[in-house]
Design a protein around this ligand. Sequence first.
Ligand code: SF4
Length: 232
Amino acid sequence: MTTEQPGLFDIPEKKAEKPPEARKIIKSRPQIPFLPGVKYYESFPEIIDIEMLRQKASGCNGCGLRENCQQVVFGSGNTRSGIMFIGEGPGRDEDIQGIPFVGRAGQLLDKILAAADFDRQEVYIANVVKCRPPENRLPRTEEVQRCRNYLEAQIRIIQPKIIICLGSLATKTVIDPKAKITEVRGKWFNRQDIMIMGTFHPAALLRNEHYKRPVWEDFKLIRQAFASLDIK
Ligand code: SF4
């Protein structure tokens, strides 16, 4: 029996109903990772504390990205938050400051969060890869495959109720490798009792202002869901 999480698109729509006992066993089996493709034993299952995980990541040389960046940009915000935002990877400003989403795209994200009545300090923000790709190129498949183990562990430790994927890479990494952001954005998915939505990356809004309206529509849904779950 596989312990790997399938992408959401690989789950048959109509599954045979399992008897209650079987459902209970599946729900209580913690070694099934959250992210598609992640192997449980590679996602630092022995680490149960976010600070320990941060330290582990800060010494990581798991892929070639660490050679060319200044530091590992682990994540920031409230580690007890019910909502987590996941972007692609650090850019130049993030690499200098060691904090995700602090450049132009980050400033726009702050504005979007504020407009949707979120305080940046109350949410948790991380990226799929923790080290800056040279010249801000897209992270390569093998780099994502290495680094998503940290993201898996972050999700496992923080236990958000809502995950928002900012952009295509996060959407493919979290929802399904075959997911297209233009098709899935604004739609809720559910896995392991976590609500997941993809929306456009703030950097895409800076390049194309036609994305502003759909992103605002998505954030209204996100605010509604956050309020209805009565989470902090
Ligand atoms: S990008 Fe991730 S896997 Fe690669 S060196 Fe940095 S922390 Fe390690």
